[in-house]
Design a protein around this ligand. Structure first.
Ligand code: DSN
Length: 434
């Protein structure tokens, strides 16, 4: 792209223009390894910057509370049809503003405050909205925790079943933010069925791996599947909910309701939690879904895992320990429990050198969540840039050099930072130009 990309901002708001330039340079010259990030395409960025930002359209296609929605109805229906096709779902709601609001709608659609919810605590690799105590989900509902075995770092489904039978939660989350292995949705479904619990998958982190066929789809097994459209899906910052239409527990939990599961989800999103949907973002989601239906996207999803496995192997060859012993997914968690430095020390040192990850608890961590013993690193962004297994060797070398020099990082950081910037400039990420 050679023409000036932000001509009006450049002339009329130099401050915002300058910050966009700075962020662009940062995204082009660092190894973005936050597991939940990738790069939105030009198409997504253009759709999100379109005139659809101007329109109010509370309601759903064909049933809006404002006039003038003939075009937005078509857009929302397009996004819905593409999303249902992508995941083979009976129903989709594309209006949640992001993943946390989507999950909030799940609670509103099937639970009452005080109900028990089984989910992974954040400290074990779960998400805030899966019942963590500082989130609405842990304040208004009762979290029944389950998590990976502290020795193996893997989920023991027998243990999950024992907890479920003992506590009998009304809903079980199958979803993670920092767990490097494949979830067995079929086993989760058997457990949920034994106790008449709703099963909800949160696939925000791994949706592209499901689309690519590297991970199994939870859609056949779950009542509801929640996701974001950004992260590895490379769409806009938004959420969506897939679900069955009928509620298999309607007569047990909602005997007097005239609404089925899909209708209760829609009502929970609007008017329950949100007002007007963000149609410019739904435009971005529609075009992201179109690309996600392509063979190119499937190859990208497969390469994400190949890269993560190559990086994990390269780091283990260099003597590093990984939580869960490796990865079958898009992320790995360096386990520094035996080191004198913390996860926070390491993630700060890596960032100084241009490797951007985040400090993270590891199973059995004895350090506080404010420093942790782990660093979570993901490969979606590097894969979006076009990197493959060979490049993961170089990335492992840089990570190793940083970790070996944590105590004198300021001396070597400028050199590594420059090497990484030069390296990144050899690749072209989606949506990136000055
Ligand atoms: N904040 C995201 C993550 O990094 O895992 C989840 O929402």
């Amino acid at each position: 792209m050679s023409a000036e990309r932000y001509p009006h901002l450049k002339v009329n708001d130099a401050e915002v223009y300058d910050l966009i330039q700075q962020q662009t340079t940062y995204e082009q010259t660092t190894l973005k390894m936050i597991a939940s990030e990738s790069y939105a395409s030009y198409e997504v960025l253009e759709a999100c910057g379109s005139v659809f930002t101007n329109k109010y359209c509370e309601g759903y296609p064909g049933a809006r509370y404002y006039e003038g929605n003939e075009v937005t109805d078509q857009l929302e229906n397009l996004a819905r049809e593409r999303g249902k096709q992508l995941f083979g779902a009976e129903h989709i709601n594309v209006q949640p503003y992001s993943g946390s609001p989507a999950n909030q709608a799940v609670y509103r659609a099937i639970l009452k405050p005080g109900d028990k919810v089984m989910g992974m605590p954040v400290s074990e690799g779960g998400h805030l909205t899966h019942g963590w105590k500082v989130s609405f989900s842990g304040m208004d509902y009762v979290q029944i925790p389950y998590g990976p075995d502290p020795i193996t770092g893997k989920l023991d489904m027998n243990r999950v079943r024992e907890i479920a039978l003992q506590e009998r939660p009304k809903m079980i989350w199958a979803g993670t933010s920092a767990y490097p292995h494949i979830l067995n949705y079929s086993e989760f479904a058997d457990i949920a069925k034994e106790i008449d619990a709703y099963l909800v998958a949160d696939i925000a982190h791994i949706n592209a791996l499901i689309i690519a066929g590297v991970h199994p789809s939870p859609v056949p097994y779950c009542d509801i599947v929640s996701s974001t459209a950004h992260k590895m899906l490379r769409g806009p910052r938004a959420g969506f909910l897939l679900s069955k239409i009928e509620d298999r527990y309607q007569s047990k939990y909602f005997p007097t309701s005239k609404f089925n599961l899909a209708q209760r989800i829609d009502r929970a999103v609007f008017p329950g939690l949100q007002g007007g949907p963000h149609m410019h973002i739904i435009a971005g989601m529609a075009t992201a879904f179109k690309f996600a239906l392509s063979d190119e996207f499937k190859a990208y999803g497969q390469q994400i895992v190949k890269n993560a496995k190559a990086l994990a192997a390269a780091l283990m060859d260099r003597g590093y320990e990984l939580a869960g012993g490796g990865t079958d997914t898009h992320l790995l968690i360096l386990d520094f429990r035996k080191k004198e430095f913390t996860g926070k020390d390491a993630s700060k040192a890596l960032a100084k050198c241009g490797i951007i990850g985040n400090f993270n608890m590891v199973p059995g961590d004895t350090r506080s969540p404010f420093v942790t013993s782990g660093v979570r690193l993901g490969t979606p962004s590097l894969t979006s840039m076009g990197m493959k297994e060979n490049e993961m060797q170089k990335v492992a070398d840089w990570i190793d050099r940083v970790c070996c020099h944590i105590n004198n990082i300021d001396e070597i950081a400028p050199t590594i930072r420059q090497e990484i910037a030069d390296f990144c400039r050899q690749f072209k990420a989606p949506g990136m130009s000055e």
